[in-house]
Design a protein around this ligand. Sequence first.
Ligand SMILES: NC(=O)c1ccc[n+]([C@@H]2O[C@H](COP(=O)([O-])OP(=O)(O)OC[C@H]3O[C@@H](n4cnc5c(N)ncnc54)[C@H](OP(=O)(O)O)[C@@H]3O)[C@@H](O)[C@H]2O)c1
Length: 202
Amino acid sequence: MKILIIGGKGTIGKKVSNHFLKKHEVLIAGRNSADIKVDIVDSESIKSMFESIGKVDAIVCIAGEAKWGAFDSLTEDDFHIGLKSKLMGQVNLVRIGQNYLNTGGSFTLSTGILADHPVEMTTSAAMVNGGIHSFAKAVSLELKDGIRINVVSSGLVEDAIDKYEAYFPGHNPIPMTKVINGYVKSVEGKGNGEIIRMYDNC
Ligand SMILES: NC(=O)c1ccc[n+]([C@@H]2O[C@H](COP(=O)([O-])OP(=O)(O)OC[C@H]3O[C@@H](n4cnc5c(N)ncnc54)[C@H](OP(=O)(O)O)[C@@H]3O)[C@@H](O)[C@H]2O)c1
């Protein structure tokens, strides 16, 4: 398979990319660090990326940002960061990318545990994660040519413990092998419209 991974040089993305590289052709995209340049906040940038690479068999997004902060400190602009990047960035990847997937291809989006189990400081991040879950379930009913879509929703991953541990008291970090398997299940499996939850039922 030819697999495009947006965010494939990030904390999760590099582990997922290295795994898929063993069996597939992998194209890695990102704003700065990757070979293929794209900013998912900008639809024109998404279009030019697809024009330059052509059709692929799987599009995996492991990118997208949202502002973390106390609810009473977040401005409307702060909320727009998550709406434009993690939410609409991934929606636009599907909206535009559906024309660049081969028959039977797949989308895999990324969210996280906050959609179901928010912690303090995450009103924006939790909100966009939930929106992506609803979007994926709805659009899975309409994608054509056998195209599938799933979302991988992970808990705090082992490789990001240093950065986020303080926000997640009592959470069990998710082993990277388990996170990778979420993406493998979506890309190589047959599921459609699934939210693949990679965390304990906390
Ligand atoms: N870390 C966790 O424990 C965890 C758990 C569950 C869910 N998640 C979610 O999974 C995703 C990846 O997390 P991570 O920890 O791997 O993040 P990360 O280490 O910051 O990596 C993010 C990657 O995405 C790229 N990126 C960011 N914004 C982009 C944009 N607008 N357009 C294109 N590429 C962009 C970055 O590269 P450039 O800077 O070069 O663009 C980078 O390669 C995030 O959405 C995060 O919320 C993370």
